[in-house]
Design a protein around this ligand. Structure first.
Ligand SMILES: Nc1ncnc2c1ncn2[C@@H]1O[C@H](COP(=O)(O)OP(=O)(O)OP(=O)(O)O)[C@@H](O)[C@H]1O
Ligand code: SF4
Ligand SMILES: [Mg+2]
Length: 329
């Protein structure tokens, strides 16, 4: 029998109040992550990738409402954990790499202490072992001369180096799940490969699962098993990488794939499809992609397409997915 999912998120909604407006940032996102699985999360800027992950970790700030039908990680119902319990799970069982390293590293604490603290706070290792492991982690993530750099502060490092320190903090306790928001974005290709091989090794050694948010389709399709495509705060397609590349069934995914071929795998902040994403000031009641969609029919402007299963492991939220699949070109 297949293993149960490590993480199950069902119908996550996140709304922000901004002045008199409400921003419907996440509108019913559901997904699972299996033990050992790497899930890539892609979508244009503002599609809700970061807010989805921050919401399930209890980390969204501001005037915000988060609603979710189910948020299960292992045996824990994340919605029922106290702030303290959630903090304990985060960092020990779920490692997190945030999109902006400067907001998550403590500017007045030496970087070595920050990595060590991650282990000490969760009783992962006693001080001597934590110190040795910190030096090992620095070497693994590509921070040269770790013993000397241990006592430096975050502002003494470049952006790419800070990103590696964040990663060292996130994997220090060998979490079962790593949620990484653009973890290799500021890094050159060589270091990116080095970091991905560290993660790959952790995946095989610990059967660590990864949720990787990335604009880099090369990273997503090479590293991950499955891709989730987000559009306007909803999952529009979930597919194994092979299906994502060979049989994209949502017109938006097709557009993304076209943009990969045109711009190359490292195209960043691209606008792959003519038009712009919708403003999210009302909850969606129809297909939010319709104004940009070459396949749109009147039904699309009237009825919200639900995520449905096309074939094993392949789900799509489009009224016309079968025709999209049949369409050549
Ligand atoms: N604290 C906040 N207050 C109000 N609106 C917010 C807040 N955080 C995010 N949003 C809005 O929520 C929507 C989703 O944002 P999110 O950061 O999840 O996008 P993203 O997909 O991660 O984009 P990017 O690729 O640029 O990182 C956006 O419209 C954003 O402006
Ligand atoms: S539901 Fe209609 S508008 Fe939306 S993606 Fe599918 S065909 Fe296009
Ligand atoms: Mg983001």
């Amino acid at each position: 029998m297949a293993d149960p999912p490590l993480l199950t998120i069902d119908a996550l909604h996140t709304y922000f109040r901004r002045g008199t407006e409400t921003i419907y940032a996440v509108n019913g996102v559901s997904f699972t992550v299996l033990p050992g699985e790497a899930v890539g999360v892609v979508g244009e800027s503002g599609s809700g990738k970061s807010v989805t992950m921050l919401s399930l970790l209890g980390l969204v700030r501001g005037r915000v409402t988060v609603r979710v039908a189910q948020a299960q990680f292992k045996s824990w119902d994340l919605t029922r954990l106290s702030r303290r319990q959630l903090e304990d799970v985060r960092g020990r069982d779920i490692g997190v790499v945030f999109q902006d390293p400067m907001t998550s590293l403590n500017p007045v604490m030496r970087v070595g202490d920050q990595v060590m603290e991650a282990m000490l706070a969760h009783q992962y290792a006693p001080p001597q072992a934590a110190f040795r492991r910190t030096l090992d982690l620095f070497r693994e993530v590509g921070i040269p001369d770790g013993a000397a750099r241990f006592r430096a502060y975050p502002h003494e490092f470049s952006g790419g180096m800070r990103q590696r320190i964040m990663l060292a903090v996130a994997i220090a306790c060998e979490p079962e799940l790593l949620i990484a928001d653009e973890p290799t974005t500021a890094l050159d290709v060589t270091v990116q490969m080095q970091i991905l091989s560290v993660l790959q090794a952790l995946r095989s050694r610990r059967r660590m699962s990864v949720v990787m948010i990335t604009h880099d389709f090369g990273v997503a399709t090479n590293f991950c098993d499955r891709i989730l495509v987000l559009y306007a705060g909803r999952v529009v397609e979930s597919a194994a990488v092979t299906d994502f590349l060979a049989r994209p069934a949502h017109p938006y995914t097709r557009g993304l794939k076209g943009s990969i071929l045109e711009i190359g795998s490292r195209g960043r902040s691209l606008t792959p499809i003519a038009g712009s994403p919708p403003t999210l000031t009302a909850p969606p009641t129809a297909c939010t992609f319709a104004p940009r969609c070459p396949f749109a029919v009147p039904q699309c402007a009237e009825e919200l397409p639900q995520l449905r299963t096309l074939s094993a492991g392949h789900q799509v939220a489009c009224h016309r997915a079968e025709e999209v699949l049949d369409h050549v070109g």
